[in-house]
Design a protein around this ligand. Sequence first.
Ligand code: IPD
Ligand code: CA
Length: 253
Amino acid sequence: MKEILEKIEEKLRICGDIILNADRSLAIIDEKSGHANLVTTYDKMVQEKLMTFLSEILPEAKFVGEEGDEEKSDVSEGYVFIVDPIDGTTNFVKDYHMSCISVGLLKDGEPYIGAVFNPYLNEMFTAIRGEGAFLNGNLIHVSEQPLSNGVVLFGSAPYYEELHQKSFDTAFYYFKKAMDIRRSGSAALDLCHVACGRAELFFELRVCPWDFAAGALIVTEAGGKVSTFEGTPLIYDGKCSILATNAVVSKEL
Ligand code: IPD
Ligand code: CA
């Protein structure tokens, strides 16, 4: 599986260059369902490239991408790539330099490989199940800080209006308990930042599998805990909430 991950990394770097060299005047921005649910020509372009690249790397794998209109695949059997071509699309549109490409590979419904590439910082987060988590080839681990010394990350998509109040109430609750809070605009990067100890907790009340298919594995391989906000296992065939913590905060909660 190491060779497969290396090939994925190589392709992620090619797609990272597309994002870095994007001509913003050509980035047609469309709104998907709901307020500020954006997609650009670059999201679609990167997804198409990845669909081709990944099918060359592992032809038997199915492909699920955020921007696809393909039929819903059964993710519980065989290999399935779950891809977010640009996680942090609003950041990309605003040239905010906090976006990434996320590729998760499931095997029989369980996370097997995860790779998240932030081209702006040239940071490649990777994990293979049972083999630890890495940042640019160096082993990473979640922090050992309690919540009181912790940074809490959260997401709150503008298009899920019914979750706004609870999201910000929960963020306020953690703001009072932790050292500080942040909202980056990329769930996949939030997970990687918990994995490498830059933050202690990440939560979001509704995310899609492409937001976490890679990042959740990277957190658990880095010694952290990931579940839904209610404490049940994440699901890969629909939307769910997410809570990722280091092991110390997990015990505190
Ligand atoms: C979004 C980002 C954001 C999170 C949303 C996601 P996108 O992904 O990860 O941080 O709050 O739930 O949908 O649309 O930028 O790929
Ligand atoms: Ca996206």
